[in-house]
Design a protein around this ligand. Structure first.
Ligand SMILES: N[C@@H](CCC(=O)N[C@@H](CS)C(=O)NCC(=O)O)C(=O)O
Length: 215
């Protein structure tokens, strides 16, 4: 299996399936295509007409889109354990993941993932604060409700944790204040071995994408 990813420092979508595969110790090769360079588009197009990373290649199969890749990995390699076993808990995990996948435009635009940057300051506009508060509510609420079955959002580590993992790097960079429960969850994500390895690689990258350097 080969996962095509973007810069580890900047590519938030790439982190999600990379994390799922890494946490579960599923063997895969990775190919990094640095984004925003003259040949980036052409290199990605060799793998996928959608023109985006991440892309997973498994035998003859090509799967694109971070959530679709996580779903495939769960079904093909984890016997469905990428999601919680309980139907209602799984439904909520999917709802939170879908909300993250299609929402939070202020967080995406104003707090770009820039793993190696710290102590950046941005204006906390009202719409941005509403979104960070919503994420805080998801993190603290889910964790509290599912604490009996494990320390992650829905008990055991799941695709939902992968979907929110890039947000932990974003909040770290811009020093977003969180409730104690949400801050604890974010710290737990950041201390996960695979997240630390991702950060080490991100810090070693040399490319700078000006549009992603804010604050
Ligand atoms: N919905 C897609 C979005 C993927 C996406 O936007 N990837 C960005 C990098 S983080 C990309 O490939 N950008 C390159 C480009 O647009 O040229 C997913 O979840 O995988």
């Amino acid at each position: 299996m080969k996962l095509i990813i973007g810069n580890k420092n900047y590519s938030s979508w790439s982190l999600r399936p990379w994390l799922l595969l890494s946490v579960h110790g599923i063997p895969f090769e990775e190919e990094r295509i640095a984004l925003d360079l003259p040949d980036s588009r052409e290199r990605i197009a060799r793998y996928n007409d959608a023109g985006k990373v991440p892309v997973l290649l498994d035998g003859d199969l090509t799967i694109w889109d971070s959530l679709a890749i996580c779903e495939y990995v769960s079904e093909r390699y984890l016997d469905g354990k990428g999601w919680p076993v309980s139907v209602p808990v799984r439904a909520e995990a999917r709802a939170c993941s879908a909300e993250m996948h299609s929402g939070f435009p202020e967080v995406r635009n104003r707090l770009p993932m820039n793993c190696r940057a710290i102590a950046r300051q941005v204006e906390l506009t009202a719409p941005l604060q509403r979104e960070t508060a919503r994420i805080d509510g998801i993190w603290s609420g889910c964790r509290k409700r599912n604490a009996a079955s494990g320390p992650w959002l829905f008990g055991d580590f799941s695709i939902a944790d992968c979907m929110f993992a890039p947000v932990a790097f974003r909040f770290r960079t811009y020093g977003i204040e969180l409730s104690p429960d949400a801050a604890d969850y974010m710290q737990q994500l950041l201390e996960t071995e695979a997240m630390r390895l991702w950060l080490v690689d991100a810090e070693a990258e040399v490319e700078i994408i000006d549009a992603e350097e804010v604050g």
